[in-house]
Design a protein around this ligand. Sequence first.
Ligand code: PMP
Length: 440
Amino acid sequence: VMRYFDERCQGSRRLSERAKAVIPGGVQHNLAFNHPFPLAITQADGAHMTDVDGNRYIDFLQAGGPTLLGSNHPVVRQKVNEVLDSCGPVTGLLHEYEVKLAELVCQSMPGVDMVRLLGSGTEAVMGAVRLARAYTGKQRIIKVGGAYHGWSDQLVYGMRLPKTGRMEAVGIPRGATGNTQECNPNDLDALRSQLRWNRLRGGTAAVLLEPLGPESGTRPVHPDYNRQVRALCDEFGALLIFDEVVTGFRIGMGGAQAYFGVTPDLTVLGKCLTGGYPMAGAIGGRKDIMMMLVGGIGTTAKRAFVGGTLSANPLSCVAGYYALLEAQRTDAAGVAGRAGDRLRKGLEEIINRLGLPYVTYNMGSIVHLQTSGVLLLDTSSLWKLFKVKDEAKRRKHMMEEMGAAYTAHGLITLAGSRIYTSLADTDAVIDDALNRFEDV
Ligand code: PMP
């Protein structure tokens, strides 16, 4: 594996060495673990990427999720270019595509009557939490299962990454996380107790969760979980926020909420919303809650403030509109989902035939491949596991080694453990990938 990087990736090595002087860690993203060094990409289209040294890869990273249509989709690119020609990337006023994108999102997502476009998933989560507090007049937020909801002070709380098992987040002011609580996925009794405890102390503004389970299914939830959390929220007067940054449009145009038939009060969107173009973030939800962004219906009353100079710029909006329109027209979630099924079945067959201690499962185009130890079903067993001496280090090492081995065999994945398929993944691409996985 290391010979591959030595012999075939000199251009990437040189660029990443240069980067280290001016970019902390030598790369802005740590998505692919970048071991032994990040690849410098010069071309990406559909299911493939090419690096600066001319090596070609099957792209299962898909930028961490947003490019459901495959990389650099030509229809979206052309429409973006038309808008750039006519008015450039930003005006600060209204643009037709802003309305069209909002209409399409509202039509698609059962829980979204209105939508506010923002800059990123992180911002959208912050906004949704603020709205929940403004609407309910309550403070506490319960988040489920050590999920990543962006890097805001109040929510990065408890993020002990599988990489090291340590609290990675420092620099958070004392008190910022005082109203953030966490509970294990699938443990409805614990959630009920937490809601009950909170009820005696001012209540719970919202339960915030990823509907496939934390880290979008790395710790999966049982099929009825969302419905039961919905019922608990109603019982205790808390809002239900679905973080659909990963699942929105990727599970289907109606997101995980349509799939599970559970309607949240607020929905956070990102990633696929703009098809990989910048400013991927939005809050959507019930009209009466969303109207608090302008001061409440018919009143001059309280306003929950969110902002952003570049929010809803024409470039992002036209990209989002055509990315979603294409996704709808081509049933991208269905096609990518079937590619995910084919890949998972093939991986399962390889794992069983070779007798490997690995686990693979998928929800459509979101495929998990666990090669670094047992599958963990809740957060506390994760934390417990990391109390075992050197276990976190061992896992990180294994993930890095696996990630590098995949790369050397022409496969780019998310940290060697998550795979995003796209509309561009034909049967031929998947079968090619399976051969490579088997070699690894
Ligand atoms: N929520 C979830 C579930 C995510 O996966 C992510 C990003 N991976 C975010 C929020 C944050 O989104 P962004 O990176 O756009 O800030």
